[in-house]
Design a protein around this ligand. Structure first.
Ligand code: C5P
Length: 240
């Protein structure tokens, strides 16, 4: 399989112009781009339409969390935009997750609805303060089980949790892992980082890489180096 199926570049920039510049510089070295809160809030759906229209795949990372009807309606609109992957918070509950999956299936059958389990910015102590006992890993596994049993095909998780998720839920689920840094690059504000090869070895099916590529002098070369590190880990577990 083409390692470009596994690499997602995070377009964490404030304008469509900045996003366009990165996409043009990366060229054929990648084709899945993550549009998150910043770019979407600044530029709206036009930026998604433009990416999809130019043949790229879009991972819309807006982490929906609301009542089932509202989330379902938003997912339908994302499908109409041509989004390939999107995120919802698993803690929105089973009915919300089911509504998201069903809306996704009706709007765009091959769209992947991914569940965010526990944000990597939360540790056991902070999780306790929002009323969750038992620690991060327990909660990740509990929420992943809820998401998968309600039709989600995968989750977003750190490389630290990817192994336990893979063991518990098998080879088919999609595990999207951020916090990835090519060997030799700085961590930025990520507390825990792994290399692309380590993330894939831990069980990730996809990796999200932002600043190491978007801030590189030669963005295409950086993307190609990461693809090489992904390829070094084949065969990878998921077929998604
Ligand atoms: O620049 P960097 O590679 O750190 O970007 C990582 C991307 O993944 C960002 O868009 C960030 O919001 C996202 N992300 C993350 N950790 C999570 C979930 C999403 O870093 N737990």
């Amino acid at each position: 399989m083409d390692p470009r199926e596994r690499l997602i570049i995070a377009l964490d920039v404030p304008t469509a112009t900045a996003a366009r510049r990165i996409v043009a510089a990366v060229g054929d070295s990648a084709y899945i781009y993550k549009v998150g809160m910043q770019l979407y809030t600044a530029e709206g759906p036009a930026v998604v339409r433009e990416l999809v229209g130019s043949g790229r795949r879009v991972f819309l990372d807006l982490k929906y969390h609301d009542i089932p009807n509202t989330v379902g309606a938003a997912v339908r609109e994302a499908g109409a935009l041509g989004v390939s992957m999107l995120t919802v918070h698993a803690s929105g509950g089973g009915r919300m997750l089911r509504a998201a999956v069903e809306a996704g299936q009706s709007a765009k059958a091959d769209m992947l609805v991914l569940a965010v389990t526990v944000l990597t910015s939360l540790d056991d102590a902070e999780l306790g303060k929002v009323g969750v006992r038992g620690g991060v890993l327990d909660q990740v596994l509990r929420l992943a089980a809820l998401a998968l049993s309600n039709g989600c095909k995968g989750v977003v998780a750190s490389a630290l949790e990817a192994g336990a998720l893979r063991e518990e839920f098998g080879p088919e689920i999609t595990i999207v892992t951020p916090g990835v840094r090519p060997a030799g690059s700085g961590p930025h504000d990520q507390a825990r980082v792994v290399t692309p090869a380590e993330a894939i070895a831990a069980g990730a099916s996809h990796i999200v890489v932002g600043r190491p590529i978007t801030e590189a002098l030669d963005q295409a070369a950086e993307a190609r180096a990461i693809l090489g590190q992904i390829s070094s880990q084949y065969p990878v577990p998921s077929t998604q």
